[in-house]
Design a protein around this ligand. Structure first.
Ligand SMILES: [Zn+2]
Length: 130
């Protein structure tokens, strides 16, 4: 499978609209980036290829937002978490509303339409173990 889209935030967004979480993997050193990058910061190579991630990961850190930006008014509190995906990269995204997380909570990606845009969320998978 070859994907010809450029390794930009708009391509990443276009994949989100299709319900796919896509990163870029450096062909030279094998590092996987999410969101995708056109240039590998590790080795400086520009040969990237698309790789689809399963969307499963674990919460590494989180913060609960009580005072939101205006676009988010009326939705507080909500949590924003740093999620480490099984494939390795970390990404910051919102936790689905009404869900509580802790460091170590297993989560799965969820694609939710807000307005005319699909956003990436993470949803906890069942109860957390200590
Ligand atoms: Zn590289």
């Amino acid at each position: 499978m070859s994907e010809v889209r450029s390794f930009t935030p708009s391509s990443f967004q276009a994949f989100l609209e299709e319900g796919r979480l896509m990163g870029s993997r450096c062909k030279a050193c094998g590092t996987l980036y999410l969101p995708p990058r056109p240039l590998c910061p590790r080795c400086g190579d520009r040969e990237m290829e698309w790789e689809e991630l399963r969307g499963e990961g674990e919460v590494k850190a989180f913060t609960v937002i009580h005072v939101p930006p205006t676009s988010m008014a009326g939705r507080t509190p909500y949590a924003v978490a740093v999620v480490e995906l099984k494939e390795g990269p970390k990404i910051t995204a919102r936790i689905s509303e009404g869900q509580e997380v802790q460091v170590g909570t297993k989560v799965v990606a969820e694609f939710r339409k807000e307005g005319d845009k699909t956003l990436l969320f993470f949803k906890p998978l069942g109860p957390t173990s200590p």
